[in-house]
Design a binder for this molecule. Structure first.
Ligand SMILES: [Zn+2]
Length: 219
């Protein structure tokens, strides 16, 4: 957990003047924090929320959302105004080892008559996290569970035969999925669960049990 002293020291290092760095959350610290928030274009409420922490400590490894590639993608996205309580994990149901672009997935979903790609984030084979539908938009990825959720998908999920469900996540994808989920949880503290599509539908997707995976115990 980030302490008031760490926040004060960081504000001083960034050129804001919160007064004495004694770890006491006084009015000067609050004003310096608000000035920092205004400069960053976020709500100047003087509250050290997950997003403000991410902006204050963009390069520290102690911040769960700061050091990852995912965090830079996440922080660029305008925050959803609807309440986000859950992350739902999917696979593209494409053969192991075959890369699939965001545009390709988008074309499948447009062909369904949807307005855009259904998922909010796509994790490529090499672990690159790419934005899909904007977070601010309700996704289209689990029937009846779209409004309060963020849908994330990894490329893969079936064996080379193109049909047998298989957890094909590369080490880079496993790591990126965790980073992505942590970043989203930090951004949306109301998130209470990371679940798999197969917990809501009679489908294999995402071809593993999220509840038994490291993803399932993040919150
Ligand atoms: Zn799915």
């Amino acid at each position: 957990m980030t302490t008031t002293l760490q926040v004060q020291e960081r504000l001083i290092a960034l050129g804001y003047k919160p007064g004495l760095a004694d770890g006491i959350d006084g009015p000067k610290t609050r004003e310096a924090l608000k000035a920092f928030q205004r400069d960053k274009g976020v709500t100047a409420d003087g509250i050290v929320g997950p997003r403000t922490i991410a902006l204050l400590f963009p390069l520290t490894s102690s911040n769960p959302i700061a050091s990852s590639i995912a965090s830079t993608v996440i922080l660029k996205q305008p925050e959803a105004t609807r309440k986000i309580t859950e992350i739902i994990v999917h696979c593209t149901a494409t053969p192991e080892g075959r890369e699939v672009s965001v545009d390709t997935i988008r074309s499948w979903h447009l062909a369904n008559g949807w307005k855009d790609i259904g998922y909010h984030y796509v994790v490529a084979l090499d672990g690159t996290v790419r934005p899909g539908r904007a977070e601010a938009q309700i996704g289209s990825h689990v029937a009846g569970h779209n409004s309060g959720t963020i849908g994330i998908v990894y490329v893969g999920g079936v064996a080379a035969d193109g049909k047998t469900p298989k957890d094909t996540r590369t080490a880079a994808q496993k790591s990126a999925l965790l980073d992505l989920a942590k970043a989203l949880i930090a951004k949306y503290p109301a998130i209470k669960e990371v679940a798999g599509h197969n917990q809501y539908a009679a489908k294999a997707c995402p071809s593993f049990d999220v509840r038994k995976d490291a993803l399932g115990s993040l919150v």
